[in-house]
Write a protein that binds this ligand. Structure first.
Ligand code: 3AM
Length: 188
């Protein structure tokens, strides 16, 4: 099973992003847009794991050192790998150092299970869509510019999830397998 670890997006922000996607959809570009219900901020891509390893992965994620809730703001946009040869359109993530620290802690916690560590620096983002072709790119960029700062909102992340990515006809479907708390159970 193909798995990854990510932070979910609150409904109110999700609705705003869905609205943005509906505007961007009208541009004549060939993009596979993210499903609103699957929007997430990836912390760690695990790749294929044998189903019998799932419990060990969950245990490792449950026993990470404690971390503080993470204040996250979603704003701005960009392309991976760059604007000239774009493959992924993303929204930017602004967060304190706790976010990268959590991603690093997850890397460390999963390494003993043989899950390869990332060699690239952690680049938090929220994938809006994947470009199938470059045509219509300037129209897309123009509409993005018209949308201004793309300030989608902010929230405090108090949990993250282990997801399974299931291949589907029009992009993957993401299914939550387990939930993990960030910080203590006490109310903030
Ligand atoms: O939705 P985002 O972009 O945050 O890009 C994939 C997606 O992240 C990423 O894992 C998430 C769930 O599929 N992903 C897929 N293959 C990857 C790889 N080989 C990868 N991340 C790193 N290395």
């Amino acid at each position: 099973m193909r798995t990854f670890v990510a932070i979910d997006i609150p409904g109110e922000i999700r609705a705003r992003i869905q609205q943005l996607i509906s505007v961007l959809r009208r541009t004549p570009c060939d993009v596979r847009w993210s499903r609103p219900e699957g929007l997430h901020i990836t912390l760690k891509f695990l790749g294929e794991i044998p189903p019998e390893r799932l419990d060990a992965v969950k245990r490792a994620l449950e026993s990470l050192p404690p971390s503080e809730p993470i204040a996250i703001a979603i704003a701005g946009s960009g392309f991976f790998p760059n604007g000239r040869a774009p493959r992924v359109l993303w929204l930017g993530i602004q967060a304190g150092p706790e976010l990268a620290a959590l991603a690093a802690s997850i890397e460390r916690g999963l390494a003993p299970l043989g899950i390869p560590q990332e060699d690239r620096p952690y680049a938090p983002h929220l994938t809006l869509g994947r470009l199938r072709a470059a045509h219509g790119l300037s129209a897309l960029q123009e509409v993005l510019k018209q949308q201004g700062e793309l300030a989608m909102g902010s929230f405090t992340a108090r949990e993250f999830f282990l997801y399974e990515s299931q291949p589907a006809q029009d992009g993957s479907i993401y299914k939550k397998l387990a939930r993990f708390r960030i910080g203590s159970d006490a109310p903030a």
